[in-house]
Design a protein around this ligand. Sequence first.
Ligand code: CP
Length: 315
Amino acid sequence: MENHNFVNIKTLNRDELLHLIEMAQEFEKYPNRELLKGRVVATLFYEPSTRTRLSFETAANRLGAKVIGFTDAKVSSVSKGETLKDTILMVSNYADAIVMRHYIEGAAQYASEIAPVPIINAGDGAHQHPSQCLLDLYTIYQTQGRLENLNIFLVGDLKYGRTVHSLIMAMRHFNPTFHFIAPKALAMPLEYKAYCKKHNIRYIEHEEFTPDIIANADILYMTRVQKERFSDLMEYEQVKNIYILRKDMLSKARDNMRILHPLPRVNEIAYDVDNDPHAYYIQQAKNGLFAREAIYCHCLGITLEDIRKDKTIIK
Ligand code: CP
């Protein structure tokens, strides 16, 4: 059994991503099993979370593992000055895998270089959110029946939104066309545009967000303006409600188009969209459970074959 870290989506090749999607499909059929019975998973959250932490913890519980951890570093010895290195080494004494969200970009990579157990990145600053990316890929595949040749529109905070950065990297294997819709202040950073050029990923930039612009979208991926990443709150105030998707903007949308959002939303999707057939963000969040069950297996050396032969299913 080979253990793996899950830190940066760009280290996974096409086959590995498709393999993880197949694993998630198995877990959608049967989420309750005892594949991780006797294991302990730690969840260390240095930043707030609802979906990521609770779905990782649910995934561990549904696979028979026990969960330890903290939801706020202030209640741990971090508040007494303990370093990330010492915290990771201590928790590695107790847990078989560590799920960590941290506000510093690269924190998960650093942890993976010192930890004797697998590190799962649950978000590092504005950098990466690879587990969200896997559930996004799973949801795109589920709603479109394929990952290849899709028009994917990313809307909102493309500067600080780590989920869109991860999605670009994962989609490089599937010949996408991206449309980046953002005001100048929140435009896709140069490094990700350079990444697109290097990998022959087509992208078009827009500042306008109108029914005509989104008419040929297969996926409309809305994002929240990441208030917590702004050093100047006046700048946040200027852009916070820049784009709001309302139901009447969907009149020209393709039938197959689905609206995704990593959530939480603030104002960027009006509530009148929730009952529209294009809305898919609640199901998307549910897929986080199946994707994260797959990630634990990947990290702890449990293969797709093991999952398919599994006799511990609880129906
Ligand atoms: N999508 C996401 O990361 O949500 P949380 O911040 O609630 O975990």
